[in-house]
Design a protein around this ligand. Sequence first.
Ligand code: PLP
Ligand code: TYF
Length: 382
Amino acid sequence: ILDGLCAQPADPLLALIGMFRDDPRPGKIDMGVGVYRDADGKTPVMAAVKAAEAILLKDQQTKSYLGPEGDARFAELLTPIIFGDVDAARLCGVQTPGGTGALRLGAELLARGRAGTRVLVGTPTWPNHVPLMEAAGLKLVPFKHFDVATQALCFDETLAAINAAERGDVILLHGCCHNPTGADYTVEQWNTLAPLIAERGLLPFVDLAYQGLGHGLDADAAGLRAVVAHNPEVLVAYSCDKNFGLYRERVGALFVVSDRAELIQSNLLALARANWSMPPDHGAAIVRTILDSPELTASWRAELDAMRLRILGVREAVAAHDPAIDLTRQSGMFSMLSLSTEQIRALREVHAVYMAGSGRINVAGLTPDAIPAFAAAVAAVR
Ligand code: PLP
Ligand code: TYF
C-alpha cells in the first residue's frame, strides 16, 4: 500500500536550524527561521508567560478534556485585542494548534463551503501557505506582492488581481509584518483594498501571525479592522506563537466574522473534530491566564513593545552602518534582500551568515555587535 510514496524534501526553513547549529565557526550569524531574538541572541520565555505557568502549576485542578473549540475564554479574551470593537453576535472562533492549524481549518471551511474555491495570494508568501491551502483542495492564484530588485510593494498588481478575480474567490492577506518580505500595505492602501474586496465579491482571509511586532498591537490590526468594517464575511487565522513567544506550544485561533456565525461555528467544530479532535491546552491556558490578569497583561504588553522596538532599532542601526542595506522600509521580523542563490550560498559557506534561500532575513537575528560583520559579508558577495 505504501509503494506509492516518494521521498519528500525537508522544510528548507526548518532545515536551517540544524545547519546553523552544526556550524562550528565562532561569530556565525543566524538570520534564518522566524523566531524573535533579544540583543544577546536568545529567545527567552516572556516574564508574563513564566508567571502564568507558575499560576497554572499551582491552581490547575484538572486536565480533563475541554472540547473541539478548546479554551473558549482564551478566544474571548483575544477578541478585543484583534478586532477592537466588534459585534460578538457576528463572530465565532475556535482555538487551533498554532496559526498553522487556523490556516488549515479555514482552508477546509472554504473547501467545504464550495469545492474548488480559488485563493488569490501575493507572492512571495510564507511557503507553507501553498501546501496548506492545496491540501484542503483549494486552488492558489498568485499575483505579485513585492519586487525584490526595487524593494517595492506592488500595489497596482494587487488591485489588478482583485479587479480580475471572480466573485466568490478568496484573497489571502498578511495582516501585518509580511512574511517573507516585511512589506505591508499602508493604512491608506488597506482603506482602498477593503471596500474593493467587498465590491468585487471576494472573501478576505487574513493571516495575522505577528500582531504587536510591527507598529504595535492596535496599529498591526488596523488593516484587518478595515477589512472587517467593509466586508460581510472575513476569516482570520491568528497566531500567539510569536507575540507571546510560545512557538512550540502551538497556540492559535481561527475567527470568522459573519451573519451566519452559528452555522459556521458548528462547521468549525466538526472540522476540528475530524482533524485534531481538540487542540493542546497548555499554551492557550497561558495566554488566557495572562489576559485575565491586568498585571500580567501589562507585563506582556511592555515586553512585546520592547521586542518590537529592538527590531526597529536593528533596522535603523543596519541602515546607519551601511545605507546600501536599507531595512527601514519594512516592518516586523523580516526583510528580503535582493541576492542571487549563489550570493546566499556564499554568505552561508564563506561568511557563516544564514538566511532563507529566498534572501529573507530575520532582522531579530542580528545582535548589535554582529551588524558590522553582516554588512561586510553582504557587501563582499554583492
Ligand atoms: N502565518 C505566517 C505568515 C507565519 O509566518 C507563521 C509562522 O510560523 C504562521 C502563519 C504559523 O504560525 P504558528 O507557528 O502559530 O503555526
Ligand atoms: O517563516 C518562518 O520562519 C516562521 C517559522 O514550517 C516557521 O514562520 C517556518 C517553517 C515552518 C513553520 C514555522
